[in-house]
Design a protein around this ligand. Structure first.
Ligand SMILES: NC(=O)c1ccc[n+]([C@@H]2O[C@H](COP(=O)([O-])OP(=O)(O)OC[C@H]3O[C@@H](n4cnc5c(N)ncnc54)[C@H](OP(=O)(O)O)[C@@H]3O)[C@@H](O)[C@H]2O)c1
Length: 315
């Protein structure tokens, strides 16, 4: 069977991480790439196999017979790019966040429904091999009783990096959704949520706390203090077992005697940006079967996570 013909839009850091995985995965090849600055697009193709670089998105679509497109552009550009692409009905892999605001993502959901365009949004942490091993340990011990997520941002660094104001003001949607989405990944659907937010400096809040109850009956908590060094972590509670990811890329579990056991990532998560190999395999599978399996998220899933983030903002 011939390879799935991928097109790529964007030639930044994340495009490079995806290209490393595409080179290693059977059955997919990049037939065309375009980006805002063509010199950078040409530069990236020196290190990776890409058939052609195109001057703009229109030429990429017209001249390549594409099976799918990967949208890897800057966070404040994705919405505008996707909005125009959805009517072409080419299946899309979309880096997060598809919109910088939940309303934008909702518009994309409606468009994708209207044109029946298949989508997958890049919440790569859902594909961390250590998370799946951690879930197995919990499920073998009676299931999930509770989950605690800390999603502290390093905002004192963000404000010095010249990040566009619209991205900074919507950081909870653009970036914190990585950790907020993990509530849904580990806990499933949410039945109840009580949340509080405060602001030290940021207009839309920079301290967030939530207590949750999942439909499964498990309990959850989320906290995020953007001006306090803390990092990202997840703790899963089961009967007689606790699983800890702190930082997210390192896992261990404790038994009732507090004995610690390491949870090792698989070879792909060691070699590539964690989760990227599993994520691309899932996208390839979606292109072959027409179905995006759990834990993959399409635009609807991304919108659900963004709505959860909105509940933290509007507390
Ligand atoms: N999943 C993850 O863990 C993760 C981590 C980091 C980033 N991301 C997401 O990945 C995306 C890209 O991030 P990045 O770090 O690679 O950013 P980046 O280094 O700034 O690269 C973005 C690329 O997109 C191009 N671009 C921007 N607007 C465009 C447009 N309208 N049309 C065509 N090309 C356009 C840029 O062109 P120029 O060369 O002209 O700037 C640049 O090549 C962001 O949405 C970000 O949220 C995800």
């Amino acid at each position: 069977m011939s390879d799935i013909r991928l097109g790529i839009i964007g030639a930044g850091n994340i495009a490079m991480e995806h290209l490393k995985v595409i080179q290693a995965l059977d059955g997919v090849s990049v037939v065309g790439l375009t980006s805002r600055t063509i010199s950078k697009a040409k530069e990236i193709t020196k290190s990776f196999q890409v058939e052609n670089v195109y001057e703009n998105i229109e030429s990429l679509i017209k001249k390549c017979s594409l099976d799918a497109l990967m949208i890897l552009v800057s966070a404040n550009q994705i919405y505008d790019v996707i909005k125009d692409l959805i009517p072409n009905q080419i299946p899309l892999f979309i880096e997060k966040p598809p919109g910088l605001l939940p309303e934008q993502t909702k518009t994309l959901v409606e468009l994708a429904n209207q044109y029946e365009t298949k989508t997958m949004v890049g919440y790569n942490r859902r594909y961390y091999s250590i998370f799946h091993k951690g879930l197995d340990i919990i499920n073998k011990n009676g299931g999930l009783l509770g989950i605690s997520i800390e999603g502290h941002e390093r905002f004192w660094k963000i404000v010095t990096r010249g990040i566009p104001i619209e991205i900074r003001e919507n950081w909870i949607y653009g970036n914190s959704t990585h950790t907020i989405d993990l509530l849904r990944f580990f806990g499933g659907n949410i039945r109840n949520i009580n949340s509080f937010s405060k602001s030290l400096k940021e207009k839309n809040g920079d301290q967030f706390v939530a207590a949750l109850e999942f439909e499964s009956g498990a309990l959850g908590s989320y906290s995020s203090y953007w001006y306090s060094p803390g990092g990202w972590s997840v703790t899963l509670y089961g009967e007689g077992v606790t699983v800890i990811f702190k930082p997210l890329e390192e896992g261990k579990w404790l038994d009732i005697d507090f004995k610690q056991y390491d949870i090792e990532p698989n070879e792909f998560d060691k070699k590539y940006k964690p989760g990227f190999y599993g994520q691309l395999k899932a996208f390839r599978n979606m292109l072959k079967t027409g179905t995006l399996d759990w834990p993959g998220q399409d635009l609807v899933g991304a919108f659900t996570t963004m709505e959860l983030a909105r509940k933290l903002v509007n507390a």
